[in-house]
Design a protein around this ligand. Sequence first.
Ligand SMILES: Cc1cc2nc3c(=O)[nH]c(=O)nc-3n(C[C@H](O)[C@H](O)[C@H](O)COP(=O)(O)OP(=O)(O)OC[C@H]3O[C@@H](n4cnc5c(N)ncnc54)[C@H](O)[C@@H]3O)c2cc1C
Length: 140
Amino acid sequence: MSVAGAAVGVAQAALDEAVAHAKTREGFGVSLARLGSVPEHLASCWTDIEMARSLTYRAAAASARDARANLHLSSMAKVGATEAAARVVDRSVQIMGRFGLVRGGKLERLYREARPMRIYEGSTEVIFDSLAKQLVKEAH
Ligand SMILES: Cc1cc2nc3c(=O)[nH]c(=O)nc-3n(C[C@H](O)[C@H](O)[C@H](O)COP(=O)(O)OP(=O)(O)OC[C@H]3O[C@@H](n4cnc5c(N)ncnc54)[C@H](O)[C@@H]3O)c2cc1C
């Protein structure tokens, strides 16, 4: 659960950076936020974050009631939020162009923080394997 929560935070921080940049930077006489595929990147990041946040809150509440019985939900929240964070930081770098790649910059740090989240505390593949086993075992 803690990694899911951290992933939502990292993703939100990355999107905040990307929005602030897209609002102020101009290209071809218009705001970057209205240019080409940038609006779609922004909206899909927002959607990813809200999906991850909703599942994380639901899983956290279920886990507080009975962690063992709701392990599948905390596993899904971990995978869902960390994979969403990976997509969001990547799109945020794309939106910010070279400004997202400045060593020591906020987005560069968020990108590096998001990447190992898909590996530690149970890699995505290992968690999916456990979830699939449970799904098949409990199917009627
Ligand atoms: C920043 C960071 C902090 C960490 N902190 C800690 C810590 O505090 N305590 C601790 O004990 N460990 C920690 N780890 C280690 C972490 O738990 C392992 O890196 C993780 O379990 C993956 O193991 P591995 O790196 O040996 O990769 P491997 O086990 O070699 O896996 C490599 C790849 O193969 C896939 N894979 C492996 N087994 C399977 C399988 N059965 N089914 C499908 N795919 C599989 C994995 O998903 C992965 O993509 C940390 C790692 C990082 C990066």
